[in-house]
Every structure is written in structure tokens, then in C-alpha cells.
Unconditional design. Structure first.
Length: 455
């Protein structure tokens, strides 16, 4: 192994790699969180329905993000992953800053799609990079450290963005959060280096790249991978659906102001993500050393627990009890994420890891990120209409509130229907975690025969 390659496996370089990728991960998720966190002021300003909010956080973002996943993975398995990640950060950050200038729903939709274009370039090349620097039995731990950017994003996207919006408006928040990402993209390009494929596995000669469709057929032939895609899709459907409307839930059902709701969301998600990601990453590495099936069975147990916790949270009368149950549900949910990526990486060789992650993400993002929030927004409007009565809720309550000058009774009816509709939609989607848990149990049954790594 050359001196340059040896340096890429040094503790110092790997610490730098993890730090920069964690920062990139934080902004990746922060820019995705801005619309959900600032949904209420955006909805009021542009007079949007919950269905339109769901499209902005769902299909409007998810379709583009999903469609570009496999092409980006194809590039990442053949060209510089460092350059792909750096360019992606600059693209999505620029689009986020421009979102602050949107004047209507269509412009918001186009810019959200632009954010999806950039963010599609993060996970597949990042997972592939980590697999070349960390052995199979440490990949869960490495990914969990990078994914600590997720709880950091709730501080930036939840608390900071809500505070900026409360003082200077939601448009300023998008610009203030988006611009620093351009500098981070330049930082990643400057300080990170592209490693040889299979570096940590001791591969000294470049392995021939497998045909793209051959890799896909091989993965889809594995029972464990098919159940992983289904289970992951259902779990992410729950995450994105609930996360997209969490701040509106606190505001409508429990009467919190924007800054309070954003802070509550940020703190709860931060604690839940830190605890869940670390437990899932380090815990699955430890348990898998004894029995590899626990990489899937651990997530199965905790996904099953998330469902009743969320149902209790959304039906609680007290905001304190609601927050407590949301925290327990969040910790249970986040445990699944890192083991899932680790399982995906260990099902293929070094030359195909970006493609494996992208294929997994294809179904997960289309269903979980694209369809989930859109369906919840639609369900919220339908439940609100049923509570509102015979009159047209969307017309009578533009943006979910009564028009200026309306009689107090109409204002109360609009607020009650908006709260009831969202509460019902969130309780409905919370049930999907039980379905997801079943598929993770089935992943564990097939994993010993199909994993290429011994841990």
C-alpha cells in the first residue's frame, strides 16, 4: 500500500473526513427541514392548503430526488465521489437561498425540486466513501457519526430557522440558512481526497466495475434486500409524513407560537436522533458481532414500539405528555437508520456500494419522501373538511384560517377543523411502523446467507 493510501486510513484523516461529512449531512437535512418547520407562515403568506404543503415536502421534492439517485450512484461508482458531494452541497444550498424569493406555489415547487437535485448527490457517494475508509464491523459506527448531522440539523433548521422567521420572516430564514452551504461545498472539495476503491479491504488493484443493471438484478434477487426496501420505505414514510407536519401540529393542536413550536421540534428531534443514531450504529455493530441477524431484528423491535408511542403523542391533551411520547417514539425510530445503510453496504462488493445505496433509496424516497407527506396533507384536508361541515373548508378558510374581518365563530371553526384534520392524519400514518417492523424481522431471517460481510 502506498504512503498516500496509508495516510487516507490514518486516524487524523478519518477524523477530518467524518467531521466534514457530518457538517454536510447537517446542511443536507437542514435545507430539507426548512419547509416543514416554516410551513405555517408559508401557508398563511401564500394561502396554501395542506395538500400543497404536502406536495412541497413530498412529491415536489421526492420525485426529483428519487429519479436522480441511480444516475448519481452510477457516477459515484465510476468517478470522484468527493467532487460529486462538493457539487451537490453547492447546488442544494443555492436553491435553498433562492427559495426565499419565491412568490407563489409554483415557484416554491420548482425551487424545492432544485433542492432535490442537489441533495440526491449526498448519500450514495458518502456511504461509498465511508466503506473505503472503515471495515465492515465499524461501518455502522462511522455512519452513525456522520448521521449526527441529523440532530444538528434540527437545531439549525428547527430552532434557528424558526427564530429567524419569527423576527425577520420566513424568506430571510431560507437565505440565511442556504448561503453558508456554498462555502461548505468549497471546503469539502479543498480538504477531502478521493480514495482507491476497496482501500480498507486491502484491494490493491482496481476491480472491474460491474455492469450497472447486473448489480441491480443481483440485489433485487436477494430476499433480505427486497424486505429491506419495503421496510425502509414504510419507516421513512412515517418519518417524513410526521416530520413534515410536526411544527404545524404543535401550533394548531397545542396553540404554540412559531418560535416555541420550532424550538420544541428542534430539541425533541435533536435528543431523539442523537440517542437513536448512536444506539443503532454502535449497538448494531456490537450485536452483529455475535449474530448478524440483530442488525435487522434490533430495528424491527424499536420500529414496532414507535407506533404506539406516536399514537399516544398525537392523542394526548397535554403538550408535555405529547412531547414526552414523541421523544420516545423518535428514539425508537432513529435506531433503524444506520443499521439499514450498513446492511445495504455489506450486501455488495466495494465497486457497487453507491449503486446499492441508491437502489435502496429509490423505493424509500419515492414512497417515504414523495408519497408520504403528500398523502398526509391530503388526508388532513379531508379530515378537516369532515369536521368543518357542509361548507368548503379550503375556500372558507384560506391558509387554514378565517379571512380578515370574519365573524369569530368562523375563526373558531377554521382553527378547530385544521387541528382535527392534522391530528387524524398523523395518527393514521403512525400505524405504518408496525408494518415496517415485520419486514425488518424478515430481513434478519435471510441476512446470514446473503451478506457478503461477516458483521
Amino acid at each position: 500500500m502506498s504512503a498516500a493510501a496509508t495516510d487516507l486510513l490514518s486516524k487524523g484523516y478519518k477524523a477530518k473526513l467524518l467531521t466534514i461529512l457530518m457538517m454536510v449531512c447537517a446542511l443536507n437535512l437542514t435545507d430539507r427541514l426548512l419547509v416543514p418547520v416554516l410551513a405555517e407562515p408559508i401557508k398563511l403568506d401564500l394561502e396554501l392548503s395542506d395538500t400543497q404543503l404536502g406536495l412541497l415536502t413530498g412529491l415536489g421534492f421526492g420525485l426529483v430526488y428519487t429519479a436522480l439517485g441511480l444516475p448519481v450512484a452510477w457516477l459515484a461508482d465510476r468517478f470522484s465521489r468527493v467532487k460529486i458531494v462538493s457539487a451537490a452541497v453547492i447546488v442544494w444550498s443555492s436553491m435553498t437561498a433562492m427559495t426565499g424569493m419565491a412568490g407563489n406555489f409554483v415557484q416554491l415547487l420548482v425551487l424545492r425540486a432544485g433542492v432535490g437535485v442537489g441533495e440526491a448527490g449526498f448519500l450514495p457517494p458518502t456511504a461509498s466513501l465511508l466503506s473505503d475508509h472503515f471495515p465492515a464491523n465499524r461501518r455502522g459506527a462511522a455512519m452513525s457519526i456522520v448521521q449526527l448531522g441529523s440532530p444538528a440539523s434540527t437545531i439549525i433548521g428547527g430552532i434557528l430557522a424558526a427564530w429567524i422567521a419569527a423576527h425577520w420572516g420566513w424568506r430571510t430564514a431560507f437565505v440565511a440558512i442556504g448561503l453558508p452551504g456554498i462555502l461548505l461545498g468549497i471546503l469539502a472539495l479543498t480538504f477531502l481526497r478521493e480514495p482507491p476503491r476497496g482501500l480498507v479491504d486491502g484491494i490493491t488493484e482496481k476491480a472491474p466495475t460491474k455492469p450497472f443493471w447486473s448489480v441491480i438484478r443481483s440485489l433485487l434477487a436477494k430476499r433480505s434486500f427486497r424486505h429491506l426496501m419495503i421496510g425502509g420505505s414504510l419507516a421513512m414514510l412515517g418519518l417524513n409524513s410526521i416530520g413534515s407536519f410536526m411544527t404545524p401540529f404543535f401550533m394548531r393542536v397545542h396553540g404554540l407560537e412559531l418560535a416555541q413550536a420550532g424550538t420544541t421540534f428542534g430539541i425533541v428531534q435533536f435528543v431523539a436522533a442523537v440517542a437513536g443514531l448512536l444506539a443503532g450504529g454502535f449497538g448494531s455493530d456490537r450485536l452483529a458481532a455475535k449474530d448478524i441477524r440483530w442488525r435487522a431484528w434490533g430495528p424491527a423491535i424499536f420500529l414496532a414500539l414507535a407506533s404506539p408511542f406516536y399514537l399516544l403523542a398525537f392523542s394526548a391533551d397535554s403538550v408535555v405528555m405529547s412531547v414526552a411520547f414523541i421523544l420516545m417514539a423518535g428514539i425508537s425510530f432513529f435506531i433503524f437508520f444506520v443499521p439499514t445503510i450498513t446492511i445495504t453496504q455489506n450486501l455488495v462488493g466495494a465497486e457497487s456500494r453507491a449503486t446499492a445505496v441508491a437502489l435502496y433509496s429509490l423505493g424509500v424516497n419515492l414512497i417515504g419522501m414523495g408519497i408520504g407527506p403528500t398523502l398526509v396533507g391530503l388526508a388532513s384536508d379531508l379530515f378537516a373538511q369532515s369536521d368543518f361541515g357542509t361548507a368548503d373548508f379550503i375556500r372558507a378558510c384560506p391558509g387554514g384560517v378565517a379571512p380578515d374581518g370574519a365573524v369569530p365563530a368562523l375563526g373558531e371553526a377554521c382553527a378547530s377543523a385544521a387541528a382535527y384534520g392534522l391530528q387524524g392524519a398523523l395518527m393514521l400514518v403512525a400505524c405504518v411502523y408496525l408494518w415496517a417492523a415485520l419486514h425488518y424481522y424478515l430481513v434478519g431471517r435471510s441476512l446470514p446467507q446473503e451478506s457478503q460481510a461477516a458483521g
